[in-house]
Design a protein around this ligand. Structure first.
Ligand code: FES
Ligand code: FES
Length: 169
């Protein structure tokens, strides 16, 4: 039965009418009209629906909306502001450095997987600013790309890591 649930998404509170077990992805897409998290497998297998919940990458397709009550959800749309808050920047950049690096490396092909990839890579660099290639591969292994862009994803994450550390990309 639908009930009113308050959730915090991209630093804003929203009241949504939903059953407690409605997947968070459906609420984000259908109620809040956010295009960042995408429906891929619906089974927590591909990563295209990933969001951050309290800074931790979470598959929104299998997360009941009630599970994020009292927590902070960040979608792709909120990543630049999330980054600016973490880094204590006075100005929010238009793009998170991972987004910029994906553009600079021309990493994207069809793009379907990329919103989730960017969310995951942002989580990785927040925890581990200078990951090795092996650490990048391990972190990203749950994100499937049917276009096979994995080598470019790794290059872009390396580039973002350098940029975030103040080094030349
Ligand atoms: S749609 Fe959620 S992991 Fe594939
Ligand atoms: S770029 Fe097409 S699925 Fe990854």
């Amino acid at each position: 039965m639908a009930a009113e649930i308050t959730i915090k998404v991209n630093e804003r509170s929203w009241k949504v009418a939903a059953s407690a077990d409605t997947p968070l992805l459906y609420v984000l897409a259908n109620e809040l009209h956010l295009q960042g998290p995408r429906f891929g497998c619906g089974l927590a297998q591909c990563g295209s629906c990933s969001v951050l919940v309290n800074g931790v990458e979470t598959r929104s397709c299998v997360t009941p909306v009630a599970a994020v009550r009292g927590k902070s959800v960040t979608t792709l749309e909120g990543l630049p502001a999330w980054y600016a808050a973490r880094q204590k920047l006075s100005v929010t950049p238009a793009l998170h450095p991972v987004q910029q690096a994906m553009i600079d490396e021309q990493a994207v092909q069809c793009g379907y997987c990329y919103n989730g990839m960017i969310v995951k890579a942002s989580e990785l660099l927040a925890k581990n600013p200078r990951p090795t290639d092996a650490e990048i591969r391990t972190a990203m292994k749950g994100h499937l790309c049917r276009c096979g862009t994995y080598p470019r994803v790794i290059k872009a994450i390396r580039r973002a890591s350098k940029a975030m550390s103040g080094g030349a990309a």
